[in-house]
Design a binder for this molecule. Structure first.
Ligand SMILES: C[S@@+](CC[C@H](N)C(=O)[O-])C[C@H]1O[C@@H](n2cnc3c(N)ncnc32)[C@H](O)[C@@H]1O
Length: 298
């Protein structure tokens, strides 16, 4: 089984507007599906940094003098680049979400269709996993997570039932949790399970917090003319990116100077969202929800 099929590959590469001796960062290395074609276009004087917080991504590393892998969360991008004496870059690519490898590995617990442990950590060394959230978080926190991150309709009722059930029988396995979820009949069982699992995954990995921290650092890191190329897979992620490229902050409020002139750090390259075409979706159904935004540092 393949580790991951890259999504909107040509569009991302074009979006980076690569210079052969430039410095680039792929903050979600995964299978290297985007990194490898980027590296092919760089000369020995160019450099690519690849970040991934999942140690499994190491399986896909390339050996090249102009490539450096950083096993870390991209929220620390500035800190790690500084460590390598890099203060400015020409382009940053982010392909948010999980890899197919993570989804297809039953021991990782990302997929509701597989029997596995309720884990969902992208970084296998981090403390909080999905079982920990279900078995220890206060009811109102679970309610908030399900409502905000999964847009789950019965979030309050679900949180109450989780807390009641865990007193006798803590949650440990995916199948056990999905059997429990079946007590709430839904028009679309798969959609409901996906929403609940998405909510847990976002909380386990603090995905939205990491995206906010990362985006804020790109303003300082990108040189004028440098490109920010970001792919999101659900509306919570895309909303943050959309606001950020418009205003330069995650609230989306454009700041003006003393003369009322808007101060925006980016020029938006694609006014219209770039999404995969039918042919790509047919070849790779997991690409179907991808949304690509490209911006240039002013
Ligand atoms: C959609 S996959 C990227 C696939 C890659 N573009 C490719 O085509 O091979 C997302 C990857 O980002 C990693 N990831 C997710 N959140 C991260 C974070 N906050 N910091 C670092 N890596 C992260 C995941 O472990 C996963 O390997």
């Amino acid at each position: 089984m393949s580790y991951h099929i890259p999504v909107l590959l040509d569009e991302c590469i074009d979006g980076l507007s690569l210079k052969e001796d430039g410095t680039y960062v792929d903050v979600t290395f995964g299978a290297g599906g985007h990194s490898k074609p980027i590296l092919k276009r760089l000369s020995v004087n160019g450099h690519l940094f690849g970040f991934d917080k999942d140690s499994d991504a190491r399986r896909n590393l390339v050996t090249a003098s102009n490539f450096t892998f950083v096993h870390s969360d991209y929220r620390f991008i500035k800190r790690y680049l500084r460590y390598y004496n890099v203060f400015k870059v020409d382009g940053i690519l982010a392909d948010f979400g999980v890899s197919s490898h993570q989804l297809d590995s039953d021991d990782r617990g990302f997929a509701h269709k597989l029997e596995g442990t309720l884990d969902m950590r992208m970084n296998k060394n981090s403390q909080t996993n999905a079982a920990h959230i279900l078995n220890t978080y206060p009811e109102e926190e679970i309610h908030r997570i399900m409502g905000m991150y999964g847009e789950v309709k019965n979030a309050r009722k679900l949180a109450k039932a989780i807390v009641k059930r865990r007193k006798q029988n803590p949650f440990l396995f995916t199948q056990d949790f999905t059997d429990f979820l079946d007590q709430f009949p839904q028009r679309s069982r798969v959609k409901y399970f996906s929403q609940v699992f998405q909510a847990l995954r976002i909380e386990v990995n603090d995905e939205l917090g990491a995206i906010r921290d990362f985006l804020n650092d790109t303003i300082e890191l990108l040189r004028p003319g440098g490109r920010l190329v970001v792919m999101s897979y659900h509306s919570l992620e895309d909303r943050i990116v959309k606001r950020f490229v418009k205003a330069g902050n995650v609230n989306g409020r454009i700041v003006t100077n003393d003369y009322g002139v808007p101060q925006v750090p980016f020029r938006i390259i694609n006014k219209k969202l770039i999404v995969p075409g039918d042919e790509e979706i047919e070849r790779n159904p997991r690409a179907r929800s991808a949304k690509l935004r490209i911006a240039e540092r002013l």
